[in-house]
Ligand binder design. Structure first.
Ligand code: 8YV
Length: 302
């Protein structure tokens, strides 16, 4: 979290940092008194930890993903789980669009080209491709998927989506599954929540359906994509390119990604702007404040 948010946490609470190995002993000593945990969406809290904290009453997630928390178990234990729902929608959608443009317009490749002196040496840079007229398939039409679709339309993209619920308040065509959506998309953007149902839903068959001109964008979670299949598809031309903000085993990502020229990589930064992280931090503080003053935190999701 931002230093200013951590400072406010420290001012209001006695904080033990579970991620800091040097605090292991003090965390252990305080374990039975710990009443709240603050964590990230991609980090969560295991049931083992929930069991090890008998006084726990709230897990405040600095994010919207709850895939690393067993919500039902927390509920059964009487533990509120809160998120920063709504706060990061625009930021994450912006990252989706940024990755689309970065791939189509070869932004990162251009930067590498310049730095290696190839432009100066008279070499031609390859043409990019236009978003206009391209079909954008959105897997998961939640708040973020919708915000990405709205942006993409402004860039002339033709939006379609696949989602468990078929929404009638959007004019975008609905597809019943990821493979059908991929087959009718030039760019496939993964915006779906990570659940057991969506685990590795982007598999070899979906990538094959996306095809050799296709681009995969992932701003959701690494677990939604079969990374072996993705690496193979990027390597053998089954798909053209990818823009990825999330990975299965963050931050220890597969080294293969680093060797692939046709992928743009970001270190899980979609919500990471000063403004949005400040809003998120304030929401975490508000959830803690509500809990510790005996109110039901507003953004409880379980
Ligand atoms: C954050 C996220 O990067 O909201 C989520 O689920 O993954 C991201 O917004 C993460 O929560 C870090 O705190």
């Amino acid at each position: 979290m931002m230093a200013e948010i951590e400072a406010r946490l420290d001012a209001g609470y006695q904080v033990h940092r579970l991620f800091d190995a040097s605090q292991r002993d003090s965390v252990e000593a305080a374990r039975s008194d710990i009443r709240a945990v603050v964590t990230g969406g991609g980090t969560g809290l295991t049931n083992d930890w929930i069991d090890r904290l008998p006084a726990l009453g709230i897990i405040a997630v600095n994010g919207v993903g709850t895939d690393r928390i067993d919500l039902a178990y927390a509920r059964q234990r009487g533990v509120h789980v809160t998120t920063t729902q709504g706060a990061l929608t625009d930021e994450v959608a912006d990252m989706g669009l940024a990755l689309i443009l970065a791939v189509l317009r070869r932004i990162v490749e251009g930067d590498r080209f310049m730095r290696s002196g190839r432009w100066q040496a008279g070499e031609q840079f390859p043409l990019g491709s236009s978003p206009r007229g391209k079909r954008l398939g959105i897997l998961g039409l939640g708040q973020i998927g919708r915000a990405l679709g709205t942006r993409a339309e402004l860039f002339g993209m033709a939006v379609r989506y696949s989602n468990r619920t078929h929404y009638h308040d959007v004019a975008w065509p609905h597809f019943s599954d990821a493979a059908k959506l991929a087959a009718d998309s030039d760019v496939l953007a993964v915006c779906v929540a990570a659940t057991p149902d969506t685990r590795r839903v982007i598999n070899g068959a979906v990538l094959k359906a996306l095809g050799p001109q296709g681009t995969l964008i992932n701003i959701a979670r690494g677990s939604v994509v079969d990374e072996d299949a993705l690496i193979a598809a990027l390597r053998d031309g089954t798909i053209a390119a990818a823009g990825l903000d999330v990975f299965e085993n963050e931050p220890a990502i597969r080294k293969d990604f680093l060797d692939l020229p046709n992928v743009v990589l970001m270190p899980h930064q979609a919500s990471a702007t000063i403004e949005t992280r400040r809003t998120m931090g304030n929401m975490v503080l508000a959830s803690l404040d509500a809990y510790f003053t005996g109110k039901r935190p507003e953004n409880t999701v379980n």
